[in-house]
Ligand binder design. Structure first.
Ligand code: ATP
Length: 140
């Protein structure tokens, strides 16, 4: 059954997540504070909205609590990533996935209630290394 996803932060990671979820047949709301990123996302997601994810009222107005999964893909601004995660948790989002910059950032995210924390560069490094020693394993 299709799920409702929201992706906050449309850098390389967030835009790739949003695009792939859409291709897989799910509803995706893309959110970014940068209007240019919104314009780029419009062709490949269901909805794209400019908003600051550290603004609780803005997230409430988007009905963010009604989404099944919210992915926080804000990169460099660790403070914004943490604050957005905290607000999403307080608003009752059922499943929150957050991209972390480093180990400490990841620890904080788990402590404030993130359900999944991903480290894209680290995780991809593991995947490539495994593929190099077992080339027949393409994905897992
Ligand atoms: P990637 O490695 O995935 O390209 P990155 O780590 O370089 O990403 P950034 O480019 O710093 O990450 O941030 C990703 C996106 O998050 C940017 O498009 C940025 O505009 C957006 N962003 C940053 N802060 C906020 C915020 N408070 N609310 C919404 N979007 C935000």
């Amino acid at each position: 059954m299709p799920k409702q996803f929201a992706v906050i932060g449309l850098g390389r990671f967030g835009s790739s997540v949003a695009r792939t979820l859409t291709e897989l047949g799910h509803e995706v709301l893309a959110i970014d504070s940068d209007e240019d990123r919104i314009q780029e996302a419009l062709p490949y997601v269901t909805h794209a909205v400019q908003a600051d994810a550290t603004d609780e009222e803005a997230l409430k107005a988007l009905g963010i609590r009604n989404f099944d999964v919210v992915v926080v893909a804000i990169g460099a601004d660790i403070q914004a990533s943490i604050l957005a995660t905290l607000i999403l948790k307080e608003l009752g989002v059922p499943h929150i996935v957050v991209k972390a910059q480093n180990h400490r950032h990841g620890q904080v995210l788990y402590k404030i209630g993130a359900d999944e924390v991903v480290f894209p560069e680290r995780d991809m490094g593991v995947r490539v290394a495994r593929h190099l020693v077992s080339p027949n394993i393409l994905d897992y």
